[in-house]
Design a binder for this molecule. Structure first.
Ligand code: SAM
Length: 290
């Protein structure tokens, strides 16, 4: 018997009179095959510490705890804390932390692992309403995790892992791929959750690169340029950049020089530029003092 077995999940929810909170993105997994596949994809073993975001009633936590050295699970909903104490009672390698992951001081928290020197992986069935803020918060937190294996809305997974010249490619692809190698591992149908979400889901596997995908003079500026280049997707780079920097003759002159220096035609669209293209562009714009 597993927590994720539908009959067990239902019994736990009924016993505690639990009602789902949509505002917390609560869609609980009730398919043990999918859970096994997630843990396999994350290649969890006793030499790995795991951070989980949103354990719910512990469906995924149970599978993680059976294989990992230790699991630290952050849950925002106070109603779930006593439930987790009950469902995960048999494990001595799980710490449930009652906290909003976006407010957690992760650097300090990870010192609470019994063996803080083991590699850290982040594995979660994410609350979909804050998928992107969570990913960016964790990536930018500088905690030394080696990979993320997370469930999210399929459409967001496609955007993160997208290649240039596709509809899904945009500033989110660039923001994540700068740090991580991202691939969709498998698709998950709506039917395996209670309650079923409105959208299909995907497991995205993101492995941290040993160094960023491209070298740039100024990271913040690079991300700003990538964002500005996709504000109007159907417009050219030239249009998006003049919207961003202004249309004066002086700006136009600098933009022309920078684009030529980066070997880019003004008529090109942002979606055609690889990370290398954006790196060349942002360095050239910076050199022009923009
Ligand atoms: N892991 C469980 C499963 O797979 O069945 C539950 C996943 S459910 C999609 C998302 C979980 O994240 C819920 O338990 C929800 O309460 C929790 N959550 C939502 N926002 C959160 C936040 N900001 N910090 C921590 N947990 C959060």
């Amino acid at each position: 018997m597993n927590i994720a077995d539908y009959s067990v999940t239902k019994a736990v929810l009924d016993r505690h009179g639990f009602t789902f909170k949509k505002s917390f993105g609560q869609n609980f997994l009730t398919d043990t095959n999918i859970l096994r596949k997630i843990v396999d994809t994350a290649e969890i073993d006793e030499q790995v510490n795991v951070i989980e975001i949103g354990p719910g009633i512990g469906a995924l936590t149970e599978f993680l705890a059976e294989r990992a050295a230790e699991v630290m699970a952050f849950e925002i909903d106070d109603r779930l804390i006593p439930i987790l104490a009950e469902t995960l009672e048999r494990f001595d390698n799980v710490q449930v932390i009652h906290q909003d992951i976006l407010k957690a001081d992760l650097q300090t928290q990870i010192q609470q692992f019994k063996n803080p020197d083991l590699p850290i992986k982040i594995v979660a069935n994410l609350p979909y309403y804050i998928t992107t803020p969570i990913l960016m918060h964790l990536i930018e937190s500088k905690i030394p995790f080696t990979e993320f294996v997370v469930m999210m809305q399929k459409e967001v997974a496609d955007r993160i892992s997208a290649e240039p010249n596709t509809k899904a490619y945009g500033s989110l692809s660039i923001a994540v791929q700068y740090y991580m190698d991202a691939k969709v591992a498998f698709i998950v149908p709506k039917t395996v959750f209670v309650p079923a979400p409105n959208v299909d889901s995907a497991i995205l596997k993101m492995v941290r690169r040993s160094q960023p995908a491209v070298q740039v003079q100024d990271e913040d500026f690079f991300f700003r340029i990538a964002k500005a280049s996709f504000v109007h997707r159907r417009k050219t780079l030239w249009n998006n950049l003049t919207n961003h920097f202004g249309k004066s003759d002086a700006v136009r002159q600098k933009l022309e020089t920078a684009l030529a220096q980066a070997d880019l035609a003004p008529s090109v669209r942002g979606e055609a530029l690889s990370l290398e293209g954006f790196a060349r562009l942002s360095d050239a714009l910076k050199e022009q003092g923009l």
